[in-house]
Design a protein around this ligand. Structure first.
Ligand code: SME
Length: 152
C-alpha cells in the first residue's frame, strides 16, 4: 500500500483508540505499538521526553534503546533544538548521531509539543534500510504527534 494511504488508515484507527483516554503516556504507547506493527520499514519507533533538560526514553517498540541521550548530541536533540522534523537518509553521515543499535541506517525525528506550545520531546523512528523516510512520513508523523495532547 502507498505510504500516505497507510498513514491515513493508522490515523483513523488512532482517533478511535484515543477516545478511550487523554493520557499522553497511554497515547504514546499506543502510537508506538500501532506504527511499529503496521509499517514494515519501521525498525524502532518511540519517544524521547524532555525531563530536567535531559532526553529520557519514553514508550517505544523495537530493540532495546538508550535510556538517556548524551546532552545536545544526535538527531533527537537536533529535533528539540530546531523544533521541526529532521530526516536523516544515512545516519552514518549525520555528525554525532547516537547509535543505540548498530543496525539503524536511516531515521526521522519529529517534535512533540504540549497544548501550551512548549517542546515536550520528540517522536523518533529508525529503519534498518537507508533513506526510508521522506516528506510524507514527516507530514503524517507531525499529525500523529499533535494528536498526543488533543482532547477527545
Ligand atoms: N539515533 C538517535 C538516538 C535514539 S535511537 O535512534 C532509538 C539520536 O541520534 O538522537
Amino acid at each position: 500500500m502507498e505510504k500516505g494511504k497507510l498513514y491515513e488508515r493508522i490515523i483513523e484507527q488512532l482517533k478511535d483508540l484515543f477516545q478511550k483516554s487523554d493520557d499522553p503516556v497511554a497515547r504514546m504507547a499506543t502510537v508506538s505499538a500501532l506504527l511499529y506493527h503496521k509499517i514494515d520499514y519501521y525498525f524502532w519507533c518511540g519517544f524521547y521526553l524532555l525531563k530536567d533538560d535531559e532526553l529520557i526514553v519514553g514508550p517505544y517498540q523495537g530493540p532495546l534503546a538508550c535510556l538517556q541521550l548524551a546532552h545536545n548530541r544526535g538527531v533527537c536533540w537536533a529535533g528539540v533544538r530546531e523544533k521541526k522534523p529532521i530526516i536523516v537518509p544515512d545516519v552514518h553521515q549525520f555528525p554525532d548521531h547516537i547509535a543505540c543499535d548498530e543496525r539503524s541506517q536511516s531515521e526521522i525525528v519529529v517534535p512533540v509539543f504540549t497544548p501550551e506550545g512548549e517542546i515536550y520531546g520528540v517522536m523518533d523512528v529508525d529503519s534498518d534500510k537507508l533513506a526510508s523516510f521522506d516528506e510524507t512520513d514527516a507530514r503524517y508523523l507531525q499529525e500523529i504527534a499533535r494528536m498526543i495532547f488533543m482532547k477527545s
